[in-house]
Design a protein around this ligand. Structure first.
Ligand code: PXP
Length: 243
């Protein structure tokens, strides 16, 4: 089976830095170390309120890291302008609410086709690979094709936060069905949100997935085990699930 790419989301290294102001810990240094330890790419979300990653971090990630950079962004004129200037490898369009703690659900592509189409077109014209962060839902997958996106990232939050065995199985089945449908309609399929050492295996085993983006848990695990060990362990769990 194809190797599954691991994208390391360095947002929460910036969260820690911003808690005290100053320069440490540096999310760009963490991104470099994650790549050296076996991550395949870096993801960073520049939120409207700049609560973790800042514009200068994005510029440095683009300038200092050769591995693919996935710029997570809301569909706003401000973010579009910055993405078109920086030209990251990829941009993932996410919904954004100022009051949420994290990206709580997927983007409603089906409900906003007309608004999202021009953003996708402009990002693609800048040579950026565009993905839509969506719930594992056939209507959202079909809408992602309609809007011109070549890639989707399935929101794994409902799976990751399910407690009962029945709920976990139901959410996993939704991810499996969505990934199979994505492949059928020609979308490259990624997944992420809330993934941990404990729950990554069944998701990594979904054969149509080509990339997982993981952040918060890895930054937390790095406190106990070190970032290299955390990345290597996640990489090993993903590879084992693939075999
Ligand atoms: N992918 C996307 C599109 C996200 O918005 C996030 C969270 O910022 C992640 C992946 C990573 O999620 P987590 O930090 O829970 O691993």
């Amino acid at each position: 089976m194809n190797k599954l790419r691991l994208g390391f989301n360095c947002d929460h290294v910036a969260t820690l830095r911003n808690a005290r102001g100053g320069l440490y810990p540096d999310p760009v240094a963490a991104a470099k170390q994650a790549i050296a330890a076996g991550a395949d790419g870096i993801t960073a979300h520049l939120r409207e309120d700049r609560r973790h990653i800042r514009d200068a971090d994005m510029r440095r990630l683009r300038a200092e890291i050769a591995a693919p950079l996935n710029f997570e962004m809301a569909a706003t004129a401000e973010m579009l302008a910055l993405a078109c200037e920086l030209k990251p490898h990829a941009s993932c369009l996410v919904p954004e609410k100022r009051t949420e703690v994290t990206t709580e659900g997927g983007l409603d592509v089906a409900g906003h086709l007309g608004e999202l189409g021009p953003y996708v077109a402009k990002l693609k014209a800048a040579g950026i690979r565009v993905s839509m962060f969506i719930d594992p839902d056939v209507a959202q997958l079909d809408a992602s094709v309609a809007v011109g996106a070549p890639v989707v990232e399935l929101h794994t939050g409902a799976y990751a936060h399910a407690h009962s065995e029945a709920a976990i199985a139901r959410e996993l089945a939704r991810l499996q069905t969505a990934a199979a449908h994505a492949a059928k309609i020609g979308l490259e399929c990624h997944a992420g949100h809330g993934l941990t050492f404990e729950n990554v295996g069944p998701v990594a085993a979904i054969p149509e997935l080509v990339e997982l983006n993981i952040g918060h848990f890895l930054v937390g695990a790095a406190v106990f085990e070190g970032l290299d060990a955390a990345i290597q362990k996640m990489r090993a769990l993903m590879d084992a699930a693939r075999r």
